[in-house]
Write a protein that binds this ligand. Structure first.
Ligand SMILES: Nc1ncnc2c1ncn2[C@@H]1O[C@H](COP(=O)(O)OP(=O)(O)OP(=O)(O)O)[C@@H](O)[C@H]1O
Ligand SMILES: [Mg+2]
Length: 252
């Protein structure tokens, strides 16, 4: 998308009435998403929350052009996916894993390693450049995978449950770290998460999806300064609001 003439805040991602169905083995249609409309302002973080199977991964894959919608319109700046599993290549070092997108884009190994090294220290990975993925902790692997996503240079980062597999303490550290990383390297982020508290901690806006077929049932603006404290009254109120919406849909 190009800047508009007035130069006001722009959408990095815009979905209008997007639907997507799969075929199961017997050939019947499985409607994953129905009539999804969303807008993500440039430089903001949108969290997408919804129950398992409601189409969150499908949504990110559509934005990253890894799938095509059956209906509706998707307008987006260049987008990259950090998949639900880290998918690091076991035979490459942490440094070379993080630079994979640059190498694939045709940059030399020397240039790629220099770029990756710059960010390694910032991400708390200094000293682990030569480690293989199995020698890293879960949190470190996620950071390497995130760095690979960041180094792709794309404006829109689609993060699919980036901290889903981590324990509570590491998860909280990673959330703090992500806020800092985005301060250094501002991007537009679509963050898929099961965790309402994580959404409130990180996002400017939360889109809540219904159970499959996923559609947007509520959007909540989170206009609170960082760092956000989970015991804060405003945070608790937002959490109750979001959980209420999710619970009602489950009960329905
Ligand atoms: N390639 C596929 N072929 C057939 N059905 C699929 C395919 N991919 C996803 N689905 C179905 O589409 C629906 C949405 O799947 P999706 O992976 O997008 O959900 P999700 O919200 O990411 O779930 P989770 O929270 O468990 O990761 C599910 O019912 C799933 O079974
Ligand atoms: Mg998923």
């Amino acid at each position: 998308m190009e800047p508009n003439i007035s130069g006001r805040s722009l959408s990095a991602v815009r979905l209008s009435g997007v639907s997507r169905a799969y075929r199961d083995r017997r050939g019947s249609a499985v409607q994953a998403l129905i009539n999804v409309s969303l807008e993500v302002p440039e430089g903001s973080v949108l969290a997408v929350v919804g129950p398992s199977g409601c189409g969150k991964t499908t949504l990110l894959e559509l934005i990253c052009d890894l799938q095509r919608p059956d209906g509706g319109l998707i307008e987006t700046q260049p987008a990259v996916l950090m998949p639900q599993r880290d998918l690091l290549l076991p035979w490459l070092s942490a440094l070379d894993n993080s630079g994979l997108a640059l190498r694939i884009a045709g940059h030399t190994r020397a240039h790629t390693r220099a770029r990756a090294r710059e960010l390694f220290a910032e991400l708390g990975l200094a000293g682990f450049e030569r480690s293989r993925p199995h020698e890293l902790s879960g949190g470190m692997r996620q950071r390497v995978a995130f760095l690979r996503t960041l180094l792709s240079g794309k404006q829109v980062l689609c993060l699919d449950e980036p901290f889903g597999a981590l324990d509570a303490i590491t998860r909280a550290q990673m959330q703090t770290w992500l806020v800092q990383a985005l301060r250094h390297e501002p991007r537009t982020v679509m963050l898929v998460t099961h965790d309402v508290e994580e959404a409130i901690t990180l996002a400017d806006r939360i889109a809540i999806l219904s159970p499959r077929p996923g559609r947007v049932i509520e959007e909540i603006d989170v206009e609170l300064p960082h760092p956000r404290v989970r015991t804060d009254a405003a945070v608790i109120a937002l959490r109750e609001q979001a959980l209420g919406t999710l619970g009602q849909e489950h009960a329905a």
